[in-house]
Structure formats: structure tokens, C-alpha cells
Design a binder for this molecule. Structure first.
Ligand code: GUN
Length: 298
């Protein structure tokens, strides 16, 4: 069966030679955000502002947050950053969040995860004003997602379904989506986003027995295992685990879960690492900042 991919006319395709061009779509969305920001700044006379917080020295967090600032500034979004020591108390972090909640010049607050052990993630996320919660992790925003409202939803899973939407897989009726991840950041919000698109959803995780029996059924396979420590480690998702004609999304960084070179010959399309989900996460965060700013000023 030939599945037709619907694309925006006169633009380079998002899926080309069986590869989903995440960076291409991200750049397109980031340009749209920039235009939107220019329009809104003219209207309101105020620039959108994102504030990020890192507690401790996690090297991955430092890299990701730097990328978020660079992309924000390129799109006309102001940004500020707070580094707290790894020994900071929960009260210190809460105090900073309360200050940022009250600051009218701040439209988006992002506390980079993971947090050190002495700090309770749920308490911190719940303290962020839901209108400024550009991660979409707060109870109010998770609840909105339950009701199919995706405006402030988690950036990584929202980036994944946006890629599916843009290759024409926006209605997943009759399709089976299998997600290997049950985290609050990826797997759980992704369940809602896939259900919103009528998919039949299965979540697999480290306690799942016979993983290949699930992955082989997947029309959409999303893998976010991320335990390969270098490029010589074996892939978790091999060609024999993938259904012919499926869409395969690799969320793992810096080393993908998926045997990309082999699987792209069997799948309808597959995301590369790097250049797939990562750039999409950034674009969706910027969209969230603009949505948050727009709501707060209207
Ligand atoms: N750590 C890994 N991914 C994310 C994310 O999307 N948001 C935050 N705040 N922390 C993360």
C-alpha cells in the first residue's frame, strides 16, 4: 500500500528519502514564531521574556538551556537565567519562583529538570504560575491537555506529534502508536497528544515483557530509552523490531535508540539523531513562550 504524504505546497518536504527533517520543520516554525513576536511586540510595546533556572551542575542541563536561550533570542524573545548551587534548598528555589511569578516583565518560567534530591520536583512545578509554565508540566496545564487543549503542552511530545501532523499523519484513526517511555516529560503527555489524534496507544517501559512483540505492531513507534552511552553500543530498536511502512521517532540523545540507516529502508520515515526531535523541542518551547506572553497581555 502506498501512503501519500501531504505536505505544505511549494516548501521543501518534511519527509524526504524516508527521513523526517526535524531541523527543517523546526527552522520553519521558528521563523513563524519570529514573525508572530514582531507583530505582538508592535501591538503591545513589550517583548516576551523567558526565564530559566538550573539547580546544580548537570552538564546536559547547561547545554540544553544554552540552546533554549540562543533560539529564544534569535526569535526576538528576551531571556534571563538563574544558576542555583546544587546545595540550594527547596525554599530558596520556591522563593525565586514566587518572585518570577509576580514579575510582570517575565512571561515564561522554565525550571530545567532533573533537580537535586533535596528538592521535590512536584512541589516546584506546582508552584509555577500555570500561565507562565512554558514546559506545560503544571497541574493546570496537564489538566488542559486531558481536555484536548494543547496550547501549553510539553515541548518534546508536542514536537513529536507536530512532525506527525506535518507529514499528513494528523489523524491516527485505526493506527497503533507504541511509545517506549513512561516519563512525565515524554511518555505520559504523549499518550494524551496521540489520543487527541485518535491513535490506539500502547506504552512500553523497562518492565515490559517481550518488547519486540509490541514494536512490530506499531504504525507509529516512539522510542525514548536513551541508554546508549556511545556510538559503538548496540541499537535498542533494530530493523526486525519495526513494522514495514511505519513512522519511527527516535527521542534518545545524544545517541539514538534506533538503527537509523537500516530502518529508513523499511519504514515510511524515521527521525535522525541529531536533527529530528531535538530541534523540534526547541521550536515548541518558543511557541509556548509566545502563547504564554500573548495570553498574559490580552
Ligand atoms: N529536562 C529534560 N527535558 C526537559 C524539558 O523539556 N523541560 C525541562 N524543564 N527540563 C527538562
Amino acid at each position: 500500500m502506498v501512503i501519500k504524504l501531504t505536505e505544505e505546497k511549494e516548501l521543501k518536504p518534511i519527509c524526504e528519502d524516508h527521513v523526517i527533517k526535524g531541523r527543517r520543520l523546526s527552522n520553519r516554525l521558528r521563523k513563524e514564531v519570529k514573525v508572530e513576536v514582531e507583530k505582538l511586540v508592535q501591538k503591545h510595546g513589550v517583548s516576551p521574556k523567558l526565564v530559566t533556572i538550573i539547580v546544580g551542575e548537570d552538564p546536559g542541563s547547561q547545554i540544553y538551556v544554552k540552546m533554549k536561550h540562543k533560539a529564544s533570542n534569535k526569535a526576538g524573545i528576551l531571556s534571563d537565567h538563574h544558576d542555583l548551587p546544587g546545595t540550594a534548598s527547596q525554599e530558596e528555589l520556591l522563593e525565586l519562583i514566587v518572585k518570577l511569578n509576580e514579575d510582570k516583565t517575565v512571561h515564561g518560567i522554565l525550571v530545567q529538570l532533573p533537580l537535586p534530591k533535596q528538592i521535590d520536583e512536584k512541589t516546584i512545578i506546582s508552584a509555577i504560575d500555570p500561565l507562565k509554565d512554558v514546559d506545560g508540566f503544571s497541574p493546570a496545564n496537564v489538566y488542559h491537555l486531558f481536555y484536548g487543549e494543547e496550547d501549553l503542552s510539553a515541548a518534546t511530545p508536542h514536537g513529536i506529534v507536530t512532525m506527525l501532523d506535518r507529514i499528513g499523519w494528523d489523524d491516527l484513526s485505526g493506527k497503533h502508536a507504541v511509545v517506549i517511555n513512561r516519563s512525565n516529560i515524554v511518555g505520559k503527555p504523549l499518550i494524551m497528544l496521540l489520543l487527541n489524534r485518535n491513535a490506539t496507544v500502547t506504552i512500553c517501559h523497562s518492565r515490559t515483557k517481550d518488547l519486540p512483540s509490541f514494536t512490530r505492531q506499531a504504525d507509529v513507534l516512539v522510542s525514548a530509552i536513551g541508554r546508549r552511552t556511545d556510538e559503538n553500543d548496540p541499537f535498542f530498536i533494530t530493523e526486525d523490531m519495526v513494522k514495514e511502512g511505519s513512522v519511527v521517532i527516535d527521542v534518545a540523545t545524544p545517541h539514538g535508540d534506533v538503527d537509523f540507516e537500516k530502518i529508513k529502508q523499511k519504514a515510511l520515515c524515521v527521525t535522525p539523531v541529531p536533527g529530528g526531535v531535538g530541534p523540534m523541542t526547541i521550536a515548541m518551547l518558543l511557541k509556548n513562550v509566545v502563547a504564554a506572553y500573548s495570553t498574559q497581555l490580552s
